[in-house]
Ligand binder design. Structure first.
Ligand code: S3P
Length: 167
């Protein structure tokens, strides 16, 4: 079984997935890193040169490939939940944990970074709010949700271990 960490950009997927992998002595894999390796380009360059639909297609292939493996802690990209097929494939062989946070926390955590093409816009906070509202029903499809706004990485990892262990 895999554990798949989904959630909006800036909700802490990468740090939590890495800490969880360490705690459970499992392999950590970032979907975005796999996509970048496959394409030989950064996520920003894929968006800029090929467009978002192309990126989503590669993301779909990678979600399928990873769901056929076992024992992984998967750090999924923030938009992976938008495709029903991805949810189906990832749930087939794993538990999906969704991390969430308030808009203010997401904005604070993401504002210093430039590697997220969707947030490289004039008013990133407005964009975060729009995307967040649109995506909320998709994130609800996860098996369990954790608000990371006020929790430590340790607390979040502990909660995931409890949830996954009890299923
Ligand atoms: C995206 C999130 C990014 C990356 C791409 C698109 C999204 O991953 O996959 O920029 O649609 O939310 P992170 O959530 O790891 O930043």
């Amino acid at each position: 079984m895999n554990i798949v960490i989904v959630g909006f950009m800036g909700t802490g997927k990468t740090v939590v997935a890495k800490a969880l992998a360490k705690e459970l002595k499992k392999d950590y894999v970032s979907m975005d890193n796999v996509i970048e390796k496959k394409e030989g380009k950064s996520i920003s360059d894929i968006f800029a040169q090929k467009g978002e639909p192309y990126f989503r297609n590669v993301e779909k292939e990678v979600a399928k490939e990873l769901s056929e493996k076992d024992g992984l802690i998967i750090d999924a990209g923030g938009g992976v939940v938008l495709n029903e097929e991805n949810i189906k494939n990832l749930k087939n062989n794993g538990k999906i944990i969704c991390l969430t946070a308030t808009i203010d926390v997401i904005f604070e955590r993401t504002k210093r970074h430039t590697h997220r093409p969707l947030l490289n816009v004039e008013d990133p906070k407005k964009k975060i709010k729009e995307l967040f509202d649109f995506r909320t029903p998709y994130y609800k499809k996860a098996d369990h949700e954790i608000d990371t706004s006020k929790k430590s990485i340790r607390e979040i990892v502990k909660e995931i271990v409890e949830v996954v262990g009890s299923r």
